[in-house]
Ligand binder design. Structure first.
Ligand SMILES: Nc1ncnc2c1ncn2[C@@H]1O[C@H](COP(=O)(O)OP(=O)(O)OP(=O)(O)O)[C@@H](O)[C@H]1O
Ligand SMILES: [Mg+2]
Length: 338
């Protein structure tokens, strides 16, 4: 199994206070990422991917309430760092943009409008490294080049509004990678990019994983991108991780009916006339979380009296492949008895 992971998220439960009541966004999620590893986090809209990512940097909104048992530990050379109990802004700044960088789903949010892209990249580098101004500028230009921004030495002096959406996304990726974080959190990093640029950016990330042992939490709803990128995958449905394992296990031998549903909903290029099968039913409102297995209201394999009762835990199938499904875990008659 894995040696000391770079980050371990343990029993993360996160709710938001709203006018309608407490909304559970993440429900007892646990995962680890080792140095040099890419973990893909997949799930439909609203499943809690972004709030899980933001929890790793303590960036959730002020109405977030963490259950006391939730632990997020970053294992750095000089000892473990308990993210959820960091209180001083100074300590959080060391983590944010230093040990951990995040590529946000909303690229506009990550650049200040009144400063040039270059000024912000240089500032970020000088905050977290001992580089001189000219060194930081040279590295920023190089990183912009590497994410496919043509004429980077001129573009670096422009403002975010002068960049197209896809260019802003790439500039954000360049900035996030320039400080060589130990952990990169990439929230839908390639959704806004065309396929050529997407492949280029994924290659760049993989290079940094190989060259510097960077770890990546890669968030997407696109299982195709996950298949090309991740070493391991965690599948999330309204706040719960329902299946996790190596990419080959989760995508090649999906066992949870939700994962199978996501895969069946994907178009296949070699079978374009095959009808797509969307997952039936609607995602329940977070205010009305189903009892028992959260997926049972949409599950074609749900067993009445079983799946609507207790919440199934993640159980091991083999070699790290874990699935939370009571219907799968029902003891098969006679098996295991002498
Ligand atoms: N500040 C907040 N206050 C109340 N609810 C919130 C807040 N932030 C997030 N949520 C809720 O938490 C849940 C999970 O949201 P999240 O943004 O993590 O989903 P996601 O999986 O990233 O979806 P998408 O694929 O659309 O990006 C949603 O129900 C969302 O409405
Ligand atoms: Mg999101």
């Amino acid at each position: 199994m894995m040696s000391t992971p770079l980050i371990s998220v343990c029993n993360l439960t996160l709710r938001f206070k709203t006018d309608e009541g407490l909304v559970t966004a993440v429900d007892n999620a646990s995962f680890e990422i080792a140095a040099g590893e890419i973990l893909g986090l997949v799930g439909e809209s609203g499943s809690g991917k972004s709030v899980t990512a933001k929890a790793c940097m303590r960036l959730n909104a002020a109405n977030a309430v963490y259950e006391p048992a939730s632990r997020i530990t970053l294992h750095l050379e000089d000892g473990p760092c308990d993210i959820l109990s960091l209180s001083r802004q100074r300590d959080l700044r060391i983590v944010r943009g230093g040990a951990i960088s995040m590529i946000f789903q909303e690229p506009m949010a990550s650049f200040a409008p009144a400063l040039t892209i270059g000024a912000q990249m240089v500032e970020q580098l000088q905050l977290h490294t001992s580089m001189s101004g000219p060194q930081a500028r040279a590295l920023s230009i190089e990183m912009l080049n590497r994410v496919g921004i043509a004429d980077a030495s001129r573009r670096i002096d422009q403002y975010a509004f002068e960049f197209s959406g896809g260019m802003r996304q790439r500039a954000m990726i360049a900035m996030a990678l320039s400080t060589r974080p130990k952990l990169l959190i990439a929230d839908e990093p390639t959704t806004a990019l065309d396929v050529t640029i997407q492949a280029q950016v994924i290659d760049l990330m993989k290079d940094l994983v190989n060259d510097f042992g960077m770890a990546i939490l890669f968030i997407t709803h696109d299982l195709g991108v996950i298949a090309q990128t991740a070493d391991r995958v965690a599948v999330m449905y309204i706040g719960r991780i329902v299946e996790t394992g190596d990419v080959g296990q989760v995508i090649g031998q999906a066992r949870h009916p939700y994962t199978q549903g996501l895969l069946n909903a994907l178009p296949k290029l070699d079978q374009l006339d095959r009808p797509l099968t969307p997952i039936p039913g609607d995602i329940p409102s977070p205010l009305e979380r189903p009892t028992g297995c959260v997926f049972h209201t949409r599950c074609p394999q749900a067993v009445a009296g079983l799946c609507d009762q207790a919440t199934p835990p993640l159980l091991y199938l083999e070699h790290g492949h874990q699935v939370a499904c009571a219907a799968l875990q029902r003891p098969i008659e006679g098996k295991g008895k002498a």
